[in-house]
Write a protein that binds this ligand. Structure first.
Ligand SMILES: NC(=O)c1ccc[n+]([C@@H]2O[C@H](COP(=O)([O-])OP(=O)(O)OC[C@H]3O[C@@H](n4cnc5c(N)ncnc54)[C@H](O)[C@@H]3O)[C@@H](O)[C@H]2O)c1
Length: 335
């Protein structure tokens, strides 16, 4: 069945992949992207489909704008990727996080009140559960929320507002919580892009503490495919779904794997003081999703290789563009 979708945060990392894949898979659907275009966004990621979508620059907190878009395009579902997402930034100043991740979610709920047919599909995170000790069972959808960072607390608050909206207003809501995503298009400051960027410049790679914290890695297109499946299935309103590829790695293992792909020495690793409140380990139980038919298609080694290649190519293109702008054929990095 064809759908009219409002994709919020569609110019960010995961949202841009979702839009590109959706248009390819469902060419008859109407896709509207609403994005504030923060530092994390890159509208150029949508260039391959820009003539097949509509793009609105704006803030999800503006519920009148959201409501107008719902009316104008007869929207069937909102897929909400819009958020402030970097934990370190939330430790420095959490106010923008409350704006986007709490007020923003409530604003979408407000807009949906007058449009009860609209499905609000919200992208949340494993970080709302707080951390696990080694050997503890992976978190299930209904496990208690025990966030550690201001980012995670703001995401948990958004999830609770959505839960309240199901009970109080009967809003059609589905929430998916996923593990760490990786792949092309991620903002430079995130963990894997940071490793690649520093390694390519032969600079020390900052790694918190001894790099023993564990994360569970999900290739971004596998995440998008899981969202598509959950979005399209008949059942699921009011439910929470947990998405994991079960690819748990110590951070230091990931750093070493990137260095190996790039042929760079491990001597570039530079341990730095730990992040305050740093979660030890995350793990999600994806058995529910696998029963529904989803399974990841991209193994970690393959996904990491593709990610590194994309950043290398992107950096190369940026150098060429910069040197063309300089008009002298030289790279500014070497001047
Ligand atoms: N990246 C991960 O590993 C990961 C893991 C779990 C969950 N998530 C969740 O997935 C979602 C997408 O994450 P991402 O990594 O693609 O984020 P991102 O930071 O790359 O992109 C976020 C996008 O939202 C937009 N945005 C921010 N505030 C907005 C606002 N108020 N109104 C409209 N647009 C706004 C930004 O401009 C950007 O395009 C987030 O909700 C995040 O919490 C991400």
């Amino acid at each position: 069945m064809r759908m009219n979708l409002l994709v919020t945060g569609g110019a960010g990392f995961i949202g841009s992949h979702f839009v590109l894949r959706h248009i390819e898979k469902y060419p008859d659907d109407t896709v509207i992207v609403l994005d504030k275009l923060t530092y994390a966004a890159n509208k150029a990621f949508l260039d391959p489909v820009i003539n097949r979508i509509r793009f609105a620059q704006g803030d999800i907190v503006d519920y009148e704008l959201v409501s107008q878009l719902l009316d104008r395009y007869g929207i069937d579902a909102i897929v909400n990727f819009a958020a402030e997402t970097h934990v370190d930034r939330s430790i420095k100043n959490a106010v923008p996080f409350l704006h986007a991740n709490v007020l923003g979610v409530q604003s979408l709920i407000e807009a949906c009140k007058a449009h009860p047919q609209v499905l609000l599909f919200h992208i949340s995170t494993d970080e709302v559960y707080g951390d696990l000790k080694d050997g503890e069972a992976a978190c299930k959808p209904e496990d208690p929320l025990r966030p550690s960072s201001p980012y995670a607390a703001s995401k948990a608050a958004g999830d609770l507002l959505l839960r309240a909206a199901v009970r109080t207003f009967g809003t059609r809501i589905r929430i998916s919580r996923c593990t760490n995503n990786y792949g092309p298009h991620q903002a430079q400051e995130k963990f894997i892009p940071t490793i690649i960027r520093h390694a390519l410049k032969n600079e020390p790679i900052p790694v918190y503490a001894q790099g023993k914290n564990k994360r569970d890695w999900l290739f971004v297109t596998d995440h998008c495919d899981a969202i598509e499946m959950l979005l399209h299935q008949k059942e699921g309103d009011g439910e929470v779904f947990t998405i994991s590829a079960d690819e748990e790695r110590e951070n230091i293992e990931v750093v070493k794997a990137v260095l190996k792909i790039l042929g760079k020495p491990e001597s570039l690793i530079s341990f730095v003081p730990d992040r305050p409140g740093h979660d030890w380990r995350y793990a999600l139980d994806s058995s529910g999703l696998r029963t529904l038919g989803w399974k990841p298609a991209v193994h970690f080694d393959e996904g990491l290789r593709r990610t590194v290649e994309w950043y290398m190519k992107t950096q190369q293109n940026q150098k060429i563009q910069r040197s063309q702008r300089n008009g002298d054929g030289s790279s500014p990095e070497h001047s």
